[in-house]
Write a protein that binds this ligand. Sequence first.
Ligand code: NAG
Ligand code: NAG
Ligand code: NAG
Length: 480
Amino acid sequence: MESETVVLYPFLGRGHLVPMVELAKLIHISNPSLSVILFITPAAPCVNTENYINTVSVATPSIKFHRLLPTVPLPPDFSSDFMDLAFGIPELYNPIVHNTLVTISKESTIKAVILDFLSNAAFQVAKQLNLPTYYFYTSGASALCEFLYLPTIHNTTSGNIKDLNVHFDIPGVPPIHASDMPPVMFDRETDVYKNFIHTATNMATSSGLIVNTFAGLEERAVDALRKGKCTTTYGTPTPPLYLIGPLIATEDQADPGGENECLKWLNTQPCRSVVFLCFGSMGVFKKHQLKEIAIGLMKSEQRFLWVVRDPLPDDDDDNENESRGSGGKLDTVLDAILPEGFLARTADKGLVVKNWAPQPAILGHDSVGGFVTHCGWNSTLEAVVAGVPMIAWPLYAEQKMNRVFLVQEMKVALGVEMSADGFVTAEAVEEKVRELMWGEEGRVVRDRVLEMSRRAKDAMEDDGSSRVDFFKLTTSWTGM
Ligand SMILES: *[C@@H]1O[C@H](CO)[C@@H](O)[C@H](O)[C@H]1NC(C)=O
Ligand SMILES: *[C@@H]1O[C@H](CO)[C@@H](O)[C@H](O)[C@H]1NC(C)=O
Ligand SMILES: CC(=O)N[C@H]1CO[C@H](CO)[C@@H](O)[C@@H]1O
């Protein structure tokens, strides 16, 4: 029997790569006869994925990382914008992707090519070779409704989204104000905007859309997608939808040096009493914002575990060293900015840790009763699985939109009050933290997220919705 292969082509940002690797593992574990290959571009706008890739290669040698070689140099005039690079680098590698797919095809039948949306450039290559091509979408079904609807918004509005003061009515989700749309969509003349429109159009004609969510979490969005409501203007039906989540990384949960400091501390705290604050790998604040968070936490009188990264300088910082990208070293900065005696006064109730904490293990710990999050989809899923209610504090990408979904539709989060430029006052922090832990509105969210946690577990049972979808997907390749 000829061998069969599935090719996955991730984007190398952590929030995209890690779930794609989880998908690769799941495909291989459930279908050991399928070869699973992940394409890796040598150049990427994100670094620091090398260690992760090595760890996975050692732990799971049966899935293969294939480096697309030779390295293609960036043209000298290439945009340095992160999103332009994210979409643009795969485009440079299209000839190599083509040759690699042809080479693999000589020895094996390629059953599927699965793209991250940022690897969209490869869609035309796979299509040209007549390979069934899927997208793996690393945000939720609600965000996917918006994504697929973008070409319709594009065709039916004039002017730039950033200049509009309207709500968009998108099937499957609550109305979204123009200012809550992902900033990449603000200006229709930009390359990134055009790339999103083009990608959405390709997604709508692909062989299937695989989404890291579960049906019970986003019922209205899933219903709209399944009924083709987000793509009615395309003249083609929405491709099959496979909701196979929640896929959550296992690598990060390992604690190499024995018990982590945060987990040890949590062991000493009462059940569901601690508010956990962590804003993702790119969640950096200015100093004056850190100070507001500290004061708000102190006044809330709640227990807290706060992950802080090196801050950005304030706008009026006159220290020349600090104006160059970093607001200075965290230790000194914390002492300087936190209210006097903050760390000492809160020592029995609070723990401030620098830069990194084992997030999934913390969210899974009994003592954690609330999570202040930037609304990245991966963090959201981790909290939902652990049944931890959230305070939504979006920072970038599609996070403002995710907040609308989390607060208004899924009802697993309270939204923190922010000014137009994203600033949050100490009072707002204090009020929301108390509300989440003790309030009546908070109770609704606390109950709801526990229900969602149960649904997440059900979805992953043998006959659960996510397993059934996954089985449909893989049997469409193997025919078994
Ligand atoms: C948008 O308009 C273009 C040009 O008229 C058309 O080709 C395309 O199908 C339309 N797309 C949608 C989603 O309406
Ligand atoms: C900037 O950094 C240099 C070297 O670390 C130090 O000597 C200098 O005093 C700093 N300047 C200010 C304004 O802090
Ligand atoms: C699946 C996944 O991407 N997990 C990541 C979610 O975010 C946390 C915190 O940023 C990371 O530690 C996980 O690796």
